[in-house]
Write a new protein. Structure first.
Length: 112
């Protein structure tokens, strides 16, 4: 579904960074959520980010790989922890498809 246009200034508010997933574990008490520990580089450090992709992807599909993350998304309490960002994925037939980043890009590199 096409979304409405936004001003460029709104887009510039997003801080999209390359992050490396260090750990991925099934969130206790949830069959949908995976808790990722992500190294977002010097500015953000290592953060925890929940993703609702457990029905579509295995833990091994995340660990040790780099992806794009919205690093400055407002922290959100979930499952007794705080999610500090969001992984970016493609929506194909209503299923999230992972978009790996090149492994040679440093953790925390800004996407512009």
């Amino acid at each position: 579904m096409k979304k409405q246009f936004i001003p460029f200034t709104d887009f510039m508010k997003l801080d999209i960074r390359v992050g490396e997933v260090k750990t991925a574990v099934q969130a206790e008490g949830s069959n949908k959520l995976i808790l990722l520990t992500v190294d977002l580089g010097e500015d953000y450090g290592v953060v925890e980010i929940f993703t609702g992709m457990a029905k579509f992807h295995t833990l091994d599909e995340f660990i040790g790989k780099k992806f794009l993350f919205i690093a400055n998304l407002e922290p959100r309490p979930m499952m007794g922890k705080t999610s500090n960002g969001m992984i970016i994925s493609a929506d194909v037939d209503e299923k999230p498809v992972l978009l790996p980043a090149d492994q040679s890009i440093p953790n925390g590199a800004s996407i512009s």
